[in-house]
Design a protein around this ligand. Structure first.
Ligand code: PLP
Length: 390
């Protein structure tokens, strides 16, 4: 038992495997040690594989949010028309950034339990010529919904618009094809489906986006937020703009190795399988999924609508304190609780642990739920996946 906590089933940072923990504990090196140089180069190559891209990889030395802010600041030119797709907390937040960085904001917003229909994007672009970029959140983690990034990427290409994609909670666990979908700037973190440390932002950047940043008078330079500094100093002169987070880089290399050894497709299938187990249990228990329909649920977590009698933070804290299981609250998306099956927790019995702790916790708080029926349905689904009858 670690700090009275038995299971971390949160929506990121997530639990790490012993191999990841061991990598994070390796001796700290000087960043100009040839071995660290080699590590950095290897991480770039392995990140390109999980992004499924030939585009340039830039590794930002901070939480994914740093890479997202850097991307938005570097891409937004004064008065640029940007179409922001807001179907949740992260999408809405991107819109505030775009405005404050000087964009002319265009926005398609839907309720936070729905997803933007690619058809709406197509129609918006037809009616509003001159949109230069579309900003998309692939997996809206606080609400557990997914957007059809593949279809939207193709529509953007057709209309000549660039794309900036927040793929923080999808890369490694959900299908994500940077090149096939024609995406320009993509950002992910290590602490979600990859199961790594929360301290590094991985980005892929197309040639077109790089050219655009270079021509942007507002793109940060000589700044912690500067992507161009990484191009010019690190890629151009093998000089770090500042000292990288050495230990976090070990952790990131380890999680990339683990996902590539497992096989990206196998990792994606594992997340989907755990999602099916969890959803079966939630519904059999008599609870309701938060997303408006199952087609838009993100496979890295299950978000569950709570009855008005209880609130999300109360439920999360109660389940943590009484049963030692860490779930996630709605983080502003609504009165919902989230069982994540993300990274190492997208496996075997973890969803069943989450379901039983949540179900019993809700009963403690006076909500009527059939915990037994939920566990039964989840176990039946798990047994079927493993090739047998329960
Ligand atoms: C986790 C996450 C981020 C990173 O933001 P934090 O608030 O630092 O965790 C960004 N976008 C999405 C979709 C995420 O899930």
């Amino acid at each position: 038992m670690i700090y009275d906590l038995d299971f971390t089933l949160s929506a990121g940072p997530v639990m790490a495997t012993p191999r990841t923990q061991a990598a994070l504990g390796k001796p700290i090196m000087y960043h100009y040690d040839p071995e660290f140089f080699a590590t950095f180069r290897r991480v770039e190559k392995k990140a390109a594989q999980v992004f499924d891209t030939k585009n340039q990889i830039i590794i930002m030395q901070g939480e994914a949010i740093l890479a997202l802010e850097a991307a938005a600041r570097s891409m937004v030119t004064p008065g640029m028309k940007v179409l922001n797709l807001a179907q949740g907390v992260f999408g809405k937040g991107m819109g505030y950034w775009l405005t404050s960085f000087g964009a002319e904001l265009h926005e398609i917003e839907v309720p936070y339990n729905e997803a933007v229909d690619p058809q709406q994007v197509e129609e918006y672009l037809k009616k509003n010529p001159g949109i230069e970029m579309i900003t998309i959140v692939h997996s809206e983690t606080p609400s557990g919904t997914i957007s059809d990034c593949g279809a939207i990427g193709k529509i953007a290409k057709k209309h000549g618009a660039m794309t900036l994609v927040d793929a923080v909670s999808s890369v490694g666990g959900l299908e994500f094809q940077t090149d096939k979908w024609g995406l320009d700037v993509c950002v992910t973190g290590a602490q979600k489906c990859l199961g790594g440390p929360a301290g590094i932002g991985l980005m892929s950047i197309s040639d077109r986006a790089e050219k655009h940043m270079r021509a942007n008078p507002n793109a940060p330079r000589d700044s912690f937020l500067s992507i161009l500094d990484w191009y010019d100093k690190w890629l151009g002169q093998e000089r770090f703009p500042f000292t990288p987070s050495v230990s976090d880089m070990y952790g990131v290399e380890s999680v990339l190795d683990q996902v590539l050894e497992e096989g990206l497709d196998n990792s994606i299938a594992r997340h989907a399988a755990s999602a099916r187990v969890t959803r079966a249990g939630v519904q059999a228990m008599g609870l309701e999924l938060w997303p408006a329909n199952e087609a838009i649920t993100a496979n890295c977590l299950t978000s569950i609508r709570l009855p008005d009698a209880v609130n999300d933070v109360q439920v999360r804290d109660h389940v943590r304190n009484r049963y030692g299981v860490m779930l996630s609250s709605g983080q502003g998306a609504g009165n919902l609780v989230r069982i994540a099956h993300m990274g190492p927790s997208a496996n075997g019995l973890y969803p069943v642990v989450g379901l039983s702790a949540l179900g019993q916790g809700l009963r403690d708080l006076g909500v009527t739920v059939d915990v037994g029926a939920g566990v039964d349905a989840a176990m039946t689904e798990l047994a079927t996946q493993r090739g047998g009858k329960k």
